[in-house]
Write a protein that binds this ligand. Structure first.
Ligand code: DUC
Ligand code: ZN
Ligand code: ZN
Length: 476
């Protein structure tokens, strides 16, 4: 047989082109693109009719949190099985969660632990970023370079959070390792001391409801840290990715840096397009459903984030899926969280809704082209994190990671449609047009016509190359 599968009659879109063609798949790879591939009887074991459907590279969500320790008594709502199942139903073929180090831990041991959690438990492919909480000489001098060499080619640093925040000195040291090893640094940019000061002051004034979460980390907190992270990266002359940007002022810092020729990249997320601070204003802890950091802002910030996507200031659109159940003492309704917004588990689910929201609000409403959508949700993720062209495109030689979309299907987002571990979606009630109906990973359907058909364990761990985009400029 020439092919295992032919996908016939669909409209294929990549980050650059849209065209009608058939796709021939053999051994999990795309081996041919052409007209009438299935014309010869017996050309393939299976022919999939994609007439009327869009055939897109599977979504890659390069910013998700799965089974991450989240503080005493708090448990993340997703393990690798539920998160990757949910992701597959949302049109994704790969996710990149974090292996999070805590102070004093060996990074190598942390990575081993995450592999144990993920092994045999994934429906779609995964790869790990590292989170560096302990920038000790041993970690930076030995463990980190060895892990980059082994295919863990990106790491996140935090400028806030007890136990996670790095000093400027530590940030500089981590960035130096990135420059030497060719890894990509992801930065959570918020000013730790400013947040602590504002939080203390709000609590002293009795302002402890969830709505004050936003007040405790206003735009200036994010803008200042973004500026500082960029300045530190400029000193080292290393590319960085500012993740989960929520507003115009932080975005302008990135745009200014880029106009100076620096390789500073930006990511935004659905919550900054679809939610505002007032969502955290609900009675009876309803607002906890929307607590995430940076917090959702206002309508003007939403407009800014759209502009950032349209202008390429943001090259990535990720979910920052960080799932906690709502009606659960181990989740958003943890007893301590009722005493102050400070203790409400921080993060919201979104891996299953990221693509339908951007497709409908972006492509459907004329803000983005279909090709920009593919770039923002798949191709750029592969390029940024060392997976391209194995992942993130439809081309001969690439993995057959494909999502079939019904561009006309209308749905109203609701928890009843979701397949993850949480008990709510922050996007409840949003009407969308366009829906992923089938998802295929390396030539095998995981979701077919809205039904789970993939095997648990069908998803692989994928070691990564160094990204071209993480290469430092030759300035020295
Ligand atoms: N940062 C994230 O990237 N995700 C959830 C919470 C946070 O602070
Ligand atoms: Zn973060
Ligand atoms: Zn995150």
């Amino acid at each position: 047989m020439i092919f295992d599968t032919i996908i016939r009659g669909g409209t294929v879109a990549t980050a650059s082109d849209t065209f009608s063609c058939d796709i021939g798949i053999k051994g999990g790879k795309i081996t041919a693109l052409g007209a009438n591939l299935g014309a010869d009887l017996g050309a393939a074991t299976e022919i999939v009719d994609a007439t009327g459907l869009l055939v897109l590279p599977g979504g890659i969500d390069s910013h998700v949190h799965i089974a991450q320790p989240s503080g005493p008594g708090i448990v993340m709502a997703d393990d690798f099985a539920s998160a990757t199942r949910s992701a597959a139903f949302g049109g994704n073929t790969m996710v990149l969660p974090f292996a999070m180090q805590q102070k004093g831990e060996s990074l190598r041991e942390v990575v081993k632990d995450y592999h144990k959690k993920a092994d045999g438990q994934c429906y779609i492919d995964v790869s790990f970023h590292l989170i560096i909480a302990d920038a000790s000489d041993a970690v930076l001098g030995q463990e980190l370079p060895a892990l980059v060499h082994d295919g863990y080619t990106s790491f996140k640093v935090f400028m806030t959070y007890e136990g996670l925040a790095l000093s400027d000195m530590e940030m500089l040291k981590v960035m130096s390792v990135a420059r030497e090893t060719g890894a990509m640094v992801m930065v959570h940019a918020e000013n730790y001391d400013a947040i602590r000061f504002l939080t203390d002051r709000l609590e002293q004034a009795g302002k402890t409801e969830t709505k004050y979460h936003g007040t405790s980390r206003p735009i200036a907190v994010e803008r200042e840290a973004t500026h500082r992270a960029i300045s530190l990266a400029e000193l080292i002359d290393v590319p960085i990715m500012i993740v989960h940007v929520s507003n115009r002022e932080a975005m302008d810092e990135i745009a200014r840096a880029r106009s100076r020729g620096l390789k500073i990249y930006g990511e935004t997320c659905p919550q900054y397009l679809m939610l505002t601070e007032s969502d955290m204003d609900g009675l009876n802890m309803e607002g906890a459903k929307y607590v995430c950091s940076p917090p959702p802002r206002d309508k003007e910030s939403q407009r800014a984030c759209w502009e950032g996507l349209q202008q390429g200031i943001f090259s990535l659109f990720s979910s920052d899926h960080c799932p906690f159940r709502y009606d659960d003492p181990q989740g958003k309704l943890a007893p301590k969280g009722k005493t102050s917004f400070r203790w409400v588990p921080n993060g919201i689910p979104g891996v299953e809704t990221r693509l339908p929201i951007l497709f409908s609000e972006g492509v459907g409403k004329g803000r983005l082209t279909l090709n920009e959508f593919v770039a923002l949700t798949s191709t750029n993720h592969a390029k940024t994190y060392g997976l391209y062209p194995k992942k993130g495109t439809i081309a001969v030689g690439s993995d057959a990671d494909i999502a079939l979309w019904d561009p006309k299907r209308k749905e109203t987002i609701s928890q009843s449609l979701m397949h993850g571990g949480t008990d709510y979606t922050p996007y409840e009630g949003i009407a969308v047009t366009g829906w992923p109906v089938s998802t295929m990973v390396r030539g095998k359907f995981v979701v077919r016509d809205g039904k789970l058909v993939g095997a648990l364990g069908g998803g692989d761990y994928v070691p990564r190359e160094k990204s071209e985009l993480a290469k430092a400029r030759e300035t020295r």
